[in-house]
Design a protein. Structure first.
Length: 394
């Protein structure tokens, strides 16, 4: 690191905006509002921003300018940092940071706040009473080695170019996700307007097979077997890591173990997520079904391809029907019975057409796997580049 790099706390090179404004009054009511939920983790992409008036905001907010950097102090590990190009107001859970002219470049500050070193610092200095939060003193006390301003801008430009490559890879993955949906619509059309025969789910599902409710061991305990959490399927992708250790004294029946080729269904969750499905391509041999996740057991002779049913159960019409039939007094957890599921009518195209869908969707999945590997490599390279950048090794 060059001797020109000067080590100093962030409090010496930036200010934190103070003093709140009333979002009910002009001009603030007409300004766009940014909350933590509007900032994408890691990327700083803004999501669904609306005006204070449209949101009906009433509590005090901070005013920010087009040269400020916004940092979300709540759950700092989520890494929510954004540099908006407009004036607006932000949540009281966000710090509007104002770089002092000639001391720290705005674009350099953004990358600094997203760096692995800063994230590690926030974990050590966050208050942990209920929700982790980085207070103002902790933020301003972070020490950083700052190069001259022109070098800061050069470093930020290098990291911007690297981040742009990662963004393109993420966008490509997003497009491939929509491609599978397009293939489904191309072959089968909208389920509500389909040209194919309709049949109740009981026509092709013999039963839904569940596991057992188990008292889990502490997370750090190593045991022979693990039981899935509901979160193992809520993203419509199977995640065996979302599981808990079960006591070694419990000897589960063989049918409670998850197997490759299983299609899993969440019988209980929030209204939006009850009925989530996930296909098991591969799985550790020691993973068990809980009582709130079911396995589809198909009728013989088989009339459906599991991957076709996986896609079918993600269509909006079927998701809405499952949500409509789910019951429960709690606002956070709904349940659906097997009897109510069996009566839902769905399209049932010929098996050969379903198999064509599987063939095409597996080809898309191969492309997605290649993109994921490429993104993982880019992420690793970016982390290395970022580390070297703040050590003066670029």
């Amino acid at each position: 690191m060059s001797a020109a790099w000067q080590r100093q706390p962030l409090g010496a090179v930036l200010d934190v905006a103070s003093g709140q404004v009333d979002p009910k009054k002009p001009p603030y009511s007409g300004m766009h509002h940014i909350g933590g939920e509007n900032i994408e983790s890691g990327t700083g992409r803004l999501l669904d921003v609306s005006t204070a008036a449209d949101l009906g905001l009433t509590s005090g907010k901070y005013l920010f300018g087009s040269t400020d950097v916004l940092y979300s102090k709540i759950r700092p590990r989520l890494n929510k940092v954004v540099a908006p190009n407009f004036e607006g107001i932000c949540s009281a859970d966000i710090y509007p940071l104002r770089p002092r002219p000639g001391q720290i470049a705005r674009e350099f500050l953004v990358h600094l706040l997203r760096s692995a070193d800063f994230l590690t610092y926030t974990e050590k200095h966050s208050s942990r009473t209920n929700i982790p939060k980085l207070n103002r003193e902790g933020l301003l006390g972070y020490e950083v080695a700052l190069p001259p301003l022109n070098e800061q801008r050069r470093i930020a430009e290098v990291l911007d170019r690297a981040e742009a490559l990662r963004a393109k890879r993420r966008a490509a993955l997003g497009q491939l996700d929509t491609l599978t949906q397009s293939i489904f619509l191309d072959l089968f059309g909208e389920p509500s307007e389909s040209r194919w025969d309709m049949a109740p789910i009981s026509e092709y599902v013999a039963q839904f097979e569940g596991g057992k409710s188990l008292e889990a061991e502490a997370a750090e305990v190593r045991t022979r077997n693990r039981v899935l959490k509901i979160s193992a399927v809520t993203g419509m992708k199977y995640r065996p890591d979302e599981s808990k250790p079960v006591p070694d004294s419990y000897h589960p029946p063989i049918e409670h173990f998850v197997k490759p080729g299983d299609l899993l269904f969440s019988r209980a969750n929030t209204s939006e997520l009850v009925g989530a499905v996930a296909y098991v391509d591969e799985t550790p041999a020691n993973v068990l079904l809980p009582d709130k996740l079911w396995r589809f057991v198909w009728r013989k002779p088989t009339k459906v391809e599991p991957l076709f049913v996986w896609a079918l159960f993600q269509t909006p019409a079927l998701r809405q029907e499952i949500e409509r039939r789910a019951t429960g007094t709690s606002g956070s957890m709904k349940n659906i019975s097997q009897e109510k599921l069996y009566g839902i009518r769905t399209l049932l195209p010929p098996l050969a057409v379903q198999q064509e869908f599987v063939r095409r969707s597996r080809a898309v999945e191969k492309l997605k796997s290649a993109q994921r590997r490429s993104l993982a490599e880019l992420d690793a390279l970016f982390a290395s580049l970022q580390h070297r950048a703040f050590r003066g090794e670029l």
